[in-house]
Design a protein around this ligand. Structure first.
Ligand code: XIL
Length: 365
């Protein structure tokens, strides 16, 4: 046989083997489902959200307790859920307390979300004179941290303070979201005030700054510069630890997310010596902005399933590389039917709670 013919036959055989492997990889029915928390025990904690549905759907609770060892309340610890509707009224702890207790029964850690945010916050909290607003913030942080002392491991103290059009310059204050009621009343100082109040209220809890689109380099740099500036000032006073312990990269992504931009953000935060969490991971198959909400799921085609699996797989491979710095990877939703972006199919489980190719892409490596 001539060399040319031999090469053609060899190449055909290789292609056949590759095609068979590709088929095998897409047939997920025979793959073993391992608890994610076991798969990742040598890497980082692995989390998901909890919401009231978990009390009425045993199947959701079972998936949560099987796969995850840390949770975040999707909405029930936000200011508009805990704080009174009118100034001076009573706090409403019932739902969040039930969640915390249920998680304790299953030895699942709770991450608190969130104390100071421009959204899901009663108007009265940021209205009044600067002194009144400052006091509202201090009261809220003290009340909530006191209530959950010893039950919640870490808190998102400030959420989403930097705008999407942030510049990466060291002057991070120019990149603040000015439509925040907190910013309107107190200016840029509200961020440091929130963290100092939280540190004093509960020195044992880890304090995080949490934001989205940190895969945009200029926004990641603005957040980095803000955290570094606040931590440097705190340490210059003789404190040995950071004031802001860590950053949460929310991770609401789509198929176009650039893994190298996520790496860029991780590296920038490692440089300033803080903990890194992936705090709200979901990867949607289409732009769903403006059509959010559960129960809009129309199913997902197999080509999108494969692409999504590849994107999830690539991101988790990146996270594993940084396991010495990443403490927690939390998914923002269990399944494609009940989650907040159901129309975009962003989860590891489908609408019937079956694992998708994305699940296997992150659990088999
Ligand atoms: C979302 C919840 O998932 C929805 O149920 C709610 O209607 C709006 O908020 N960034 C955050 C989260 O920090 O609190 C948001 O959660 C998603 C974006």
């Amino acid at each position: 046989m001539k060399i040319k013919e031999f090469t053609v036959i060899l190449l055909s055989l290789l292609l056949l083997v590759a095609a068979t492997c590709e088929e095998a990889r897409t047939d997920i029915s025979n793959l073993e489902v391992q608890p994610l928390k076991t798969v990742y025990e040598d890497y980082f904690s692995i989390g998901n959200i909890i919401n009231p549905k978990y009390f009425s759907s045993p199947a959701h609770l079972e998936l949560l307790t099987t796969h995850f060892n840390t949770v975040t309340c999707e909405n029930d610890m936000k200011p508009d859920h805990l704080a009174p509707r009118e100034k001076g009224g009573a706090y409403r702890w019932q739902t969040a307390d039930a969640m915390v207790q249920k998680m304790a029964e299953h030895e699942i850690k709770v991450h608190g979300h969130t104390l100071v945010w421009h959204s899901q916050t009663h108007a009265w909290m940021t209205e009044g004179t600067p002194d009144e607003v400052r006091q509202n913030m201090i009261n809220h942080i003290n009340t909530v941290l006191e209530h959950f002392k010893g039950k919640v491991n870490s808190w998102d103290v400030v959420n989403e303070a930097i705008t999407d059009s942030a510049s990466g310059s060291v002057n991070w204050k120019r990149s603040l979201r000015t439509e925040s009621g907190w910013h309107r009343a107190l200016g840029a100082d509200y961020i440091e005030l929130a963290f100092r109040t939280a540190r004093a209220a509960d020195p044992d809890v880890l304090l995080y700054y949490n934001d989205y689109n940190l895969n945009t380099q200029s926004k990641a740099l603005a957040v980095r510069n803000m955290i570094k500036d606040i931590n440097d000032r705190y340490k210059a006073e003789g404190n040995e630890r950071n004031l802001i312990d860590g950053v949460g990269l929310q991770g609401h992504y789509n198929f176009e997310v650039s893994v190298s931009n996520v790496r860029f953000a991780i590296e920038k935060f490692i440089e300033i010596g803080i903990l890194i969490d992936i705090s709200e991971l979901d990867i949607e198959d289409k732009q769903t902005y403006g059509s959010w909400g559960p129960n809009k799921n129309g199913g997902m085609n197999s080509s999108d399933m494969k692409t999504q699996a590849r994107v999830y797989g690539n991101l988790f491979a990146l996270f594993r590389q940084y396991k010495d710095h990443i403490t927690r990877v939390t998914m923002w939703g269990m399944d494609d039917e009940s989650n907040w972006k159901s129309i975009g199919n962003p989860c590891l489980f489908d609408g019937s709670l079956n694992p998708k190719p994305a699940f296997f892409a992150v659990s088999i490596f």
